[in-house]
Design a binder for this molecule. Structure first.
Ligand SMILES: C[S@@+](CC[C@H](N)C(=O)[O-])C[C@H]1O[C@@H](n2cnc3c(N)ncnc32)[C@H](O)[C@@H]1O
Length: 218
């Protein structure tokens, strides 16, 4: 599993923790409430697949969800567990979850899928751990905005990195630009039915910045 993107996020873990824990810096602060409006009410149990340092898991727990978080980065999982000692956090490849079948009725994956190497494996595992009738809520950076230019055509899969510095905090974002159909065909193969789609705006950027989906496992 030690592929480019997974290795990248472990290398950037300290920068990412500082970045996301700086109040109001990341777009999550703008989007959080609208994204969580798309998320069903707490039920059986919720998996945060690609939880990072745990900000989404903590927000879900504050709304009454019983959350398990998994992430490939040991440094980020350690930070998540320290920030939320009552939670369950595991180091794992999202495409090979060490979790039983049918354990959850909700999977949340916030800004993870464009960062993972194996989208099909990730979503197959989401479906395996979900009960029939369970739901998957995900956010990705919008494929139309994400790393597409003349040198990186929309229909090809390309690895990109984007160094950013804000408020004196450095961060190198890294992930895969892929066409929208790479995600929708993986959802289809895993057995999901898309039931809601959102394209939230970000400041004055003329194209959608994020894409949010809610999908049902019938
Ligand atoms: C942009 S961060 C988002 C983290 C978290 N969802 C949040 O919003 O704060 C992307 C995350 O995907 C994780 N990741 C990438 N590939 C993964 C894989 N194969 N399995 C599990 N996690 C992975 C990275 O370690 C990183 O924590």
């Amino acid at each position: 599993m030690t592929e480019k993107s997974e290795q990248h996020w472990e290398e950037q873990a300290r920068n990412w923790i500082a970045w996301v824990r700086e109040p109001r810096m990341d777009s999550y602060w703008t989007y959080r409430d609208a994204f969580l409006d798309l998320v069903p009410a707490p039920g059986l149990a919720t998996l945060d697949q690609g939880c990072g340092e745990g900000r989404v898991a903590r927000d879900l727990a504050a709304r009454g969800h019983r959350v398990t978080g998994i992430d490939a980065s040991p440094t980020l999982v350690d930070a998540a567990a320290r920030a939320h000692p009552e939670g369950e956090y595991l180091v794992a490849d999202a495409a090979a979850l060490p979790l039983d079948d049918d354990r959850f009725d909700l999977v949340v994956a916030y800004n993870v899928l464009m960062d993972v190497s194996d989208v099909d494996g990730f979503l197959r595992e989401s479906a395996r751990v979900l009960v029939t009738g369970g739901r998957l809520c995900l956010s990705i950076t919008h494929p139309i905005t994400n790393g597409t230019d003349r040198a990186h055509p929309y229909f090809e899969q390309n690895w990109y990195t984007e160094p950013v510095e804000r408020n004196g905090l450095p961060m190198v974002f890294g992930g895969w630009s892929r066409p929208l159909s790479a995600y929708t065909s993986a959802l289809e193969s895993a057995g999901f039915l898309i039931e809601a789609v959102r394209e939230p705006r970000w400041q004055d950027v003329p194209t959608p910045y994020h894409l949010w989906l809610r999908a049902l496992l019938p």
